[in-house]
Structure formats: structure tokens, C-alpha cells
Ligand binder design. Structure first.
Ligand code: COA
Length: 331
């Protein structure tokens, strides 16, 4: 309790970031030999130039581990100090145990709570929001938040409308309780009524039907509908975030968006009246890595020295569900 008797305010501050991309790179040129597409089409419609694809046997948990080790090092935090691990993924290693539990054991952080959050491409923003609440509530002081995916495992490599979009990767942050500053607000939304526009209809409980076994587990998407919905939803959550914090759109130093499509990113930047120099774009290098994309972009911006301590960052994401959300933080 503070001197006035009020509970002191606690923020969740990012103490360190890390990311990891698998070694194997597949360029647009490579894909044009497999399906009827071209570098020109992919780059002009999406901004993507290449994606990383996990090697045989390399799992979401492996990518998460490497990103987490880097984030812990950057934060100067030992795995044994963690109170909680929250991992966003829609491509877990196993049905259970959760990838967060597998990661916890591998990091040597045994004992702390660990669980996965499945919100498709919004997984990291959802996980960050959950972790923020734990810290604000005083239930944890040091939390590892991860977004990690091997989405290419469920890509249909004969479907040119989807296979050019996705890649594998992971990012992580270590959050620490801080009296001064950190995450200011998070905003989560979902619309389960639009599931068939972007989904993978195979599942444990609905069962695996014969034709699905043959077709494999794959992503189905109505790309142009998803595009329109994403732009609207992101516009709305950006407005909500600014209003909740009493901010003007020009107060934001950096937009760190979900890296799905450069044209969606540019639409959000226009809404914020933000020059593209203040927007972190990494989609060209790794395509849509789903939950991995926001922390990958954040880590790249931090390590390149672009994002500096004290700056105001707006993170946002949109994905299957539909799910979408944002986080505003003072880095
Ligand atoms: N190469 C060449 N042509 C392709 C192609 C490819 N890889 N993929 C689709 N096309 C063709 C289509 O067959 C269609 O041809 P048609 O006019 O002869 O029927 C044409 O390109 C236009 O298709 P359309 O789907 O309307 O294009 P688009 O401008 O909407 O771009 C996406 C397609 C997928 C790039 C775009 O809709 C998109 O990015 N949507 C959002 C997807 C997303 O971000 N999903 C994840 C959200 S987390």
C-alpha cells in the first residue's frame, strides 16, 4: 500500500526482446517454379519477397526457444526468475502439453505457470494483454511472452492464393513489473461469425474426415474479404486505443503492425497520418508469421536502434477468428 492507502500503480515494462527465423529461405522466385505466380505479383499485392520455412523436425517450440533465449539475454533475466510464460500460437508442437510447457522445461524455468493462447495471428497481442493483466494485478513480476508459429506446416503448396503469404518464425519479450512506465493499455476483439473466411477446419473434437485426411490440414482463405475486414477492424482498434489514452494520432512514435500485407499496413499508417518511416515493416523478409510477426518486427526495430527507450509504440494485429487487438506502450 502507498502512503495514501491506495494500491501503487504497476506497469508491465518490456525489459528485453528476441526473435528467431529458421535458416531455410524460400524466395518468390522459388515459388514461381512451383505454382503459377511471379515475384512481381506477390511483391506488388503483399510486399512479401521471401519467407523462412522450418526444417523437417524443427518445431514451433524450437523457434520459440531460440527467440526466448535471446529475449532473456537482452533483459538480463535468468529463466529461473520467470513467474509465468504465455505463448501465442495456432501451430502448437502437440495437442498437449502446451508449447509453453515444453518451452518452460527446455529453458529450465520449471515451476512457473505456463500456457498457450490461440488467437491465430493476434496471438502475441492477446498473450501480451494476458501477461500485462497478471503483472498489473500483482500476480506476477517477471513474465516471458512469446509468439511462435510454423504456419507453413499447414499451407497447401499447390494453392497460389495462400502459399505465397505465410512463413515460420518466432519473437519474444520479457516483461518486468515497473513503477514508472510500460504497457499503457491493451484492447482485444473477436468476431467468431466470420470463421469461414480464414480457417483450418480440421480439428481434434470435430474429428478428421476421410477427405480431409487426403487433402491434408490446410489454410482456407477468402483473401479479398479478409483484407477489407482487417483494414476496418484495425482502423477501429487504433481509434479506440488513442481515445482510451487521450492521445492524438501524432503522439505515436512507432507503429509496429502485424506483418501480413504491406497494403494493410499502409492503410493503418494512413489512418494514423504516419509516414512509413515511422512504421516498422519486416513482412518483405519473412511473410506472415502469424503470432510471430509483431514480436519479430519489434525485436528488429529494437536491435537496429530505431526504437528507443521512452518512445510510444502502438502494436496491432488481426487474424483468423476473426481476432484483432492492440497494445500501446512506453518502451
Ligand atoms: N499469383 C498470381 N495470381 C494470383 C495469386 C498469386 N499468388 N493469388 C491469386 N491470384 C489471382 C487470383 O486467382 C485472381 O485471378 P482472377 O482475377 O483471374 O480470378 C487475381 O489474382 C485477384 O485475386 P484477389 O484475391 O482478388 O487478389 P487481391 O488483390 O485481393 O490479393 C491477397 C490477394 C491474398 C494478396 C489479398 O487479398 C490479401 O492479402 N488479403 C489478406 C490476406 C491476409 O492478410 N490474411 C491473413 C490475415 S492475418
Amino acid at each position: 500500500m502507498s502512503e495514501t492507502g491506495a494500491t501503487p500503480r504497476v506497469y508491465a515494462r518490456i525489459a528485453g526482446t528476441g526473435s528467431y527465423l529458421p535458416a531455410n529461405v524460400v524466395t518468390n522466385e522459388d515459388l514461381s517454379k512451383v505454382v503459377d505466380t511471379s515475384d512481381e505479383w506477390i511483391a506488388s499485392r503483399t510486399g512479401i519477397r521471401q519467407r523462412h520455412v522450418a526444417a523437417d523436425g524443427e518445431t514451433t517450440g524450437d523457434l520459440a526457444y531460440h527467440a526466448s533465449v535471446r529475449a532473456l539475454e537482452a533483459a538480463g533475466v535468468e529463466a529461473s526468475e520467470l513467474d509465468l510464460i504465455v505463448l501465442g500460437t495456432t501451430t502448437p508442437d502437440l495437442v498437449f502439453p502446451s508449447t509453453a510447457c515444453l518451452l518452460q522445461h527446455r529453458l529450465g524455468a520449471n515451476g512457473c505457470g505456463a500456457f498457450d493462447v490461440n488467437a491465430a495471428c493476434s496471438g502475441f497481442v492477446y498473450a501480451l494483454s494476458v501477461a500485462d493483466k497478471f503483472i498489473r494485478a500483482g500476480a506476477a513480476r517477471t513474465v516471458l511472452v512469446v509468439g511462435a508459429e510454423t504456419l507453413t506446416r499447414m499451407v497447401d503448396w499447390s494453392d497460389r492464393a495462400t502459399c505465397v503469404l505465410f512463413g515460420d518464425g518466432a519473437g519474444a519479450v520479457v516483461l518486468k513489473a515497473d513503477a514508472e512506465t510500460g504497457i499503457l493499455s491493451t484492447h482485444l476483439h473477436a468476431d467468431g461469425g466470420k470463421k469461414e473466411l480464414l480457417w483450418n477446419p480440421v480439428g481434434v473434437s470435430v474429428g478428421f474426415k476421410e477427405h480431409e485426411k487426403n487433402a491434408g490440414v490446410r489454410i482456407h482463405m477468402t483473401g479479398n474479404e479478409v483484407f477489407k475486414y482487417a483494414v476496418k477492424a484495425l482502423d477501429s482498434v487504433v481509434e479506440e486505443t488513442l481515445a482510451e489514452n487521450g492521445l492524438d494520432r501524432h503522439d505515436i512514435d512507432w507503429l509496429i503492425p502485424h506483418q501480413a500485407n504491406l497494403r494493410i499496413i499502409e492503410a493503418t499508417a494512413r489512418r494514423l497520418d504516419m509516414p512509413m518511416e515511422r512504421v516498422v515493416v519486416t513482412v518483405d523478409k519473412h511473410g506472415n508469421t502469424s503470432s510471430g510477426s509483431v514480436p519479430l518486427a519489434l525485436d528488429e526495430a529494437v536491435r537496429s536502434g530505431r526504437v528507443e527507450r521512452g518512445q510510444l509504440l502502438l502494436l496491432e494485429a488481426f487474424g483468423g477468428g476473426f481476432t484483432w487487438g492492440s497494445a500501446l506502450l512506453r518502451y
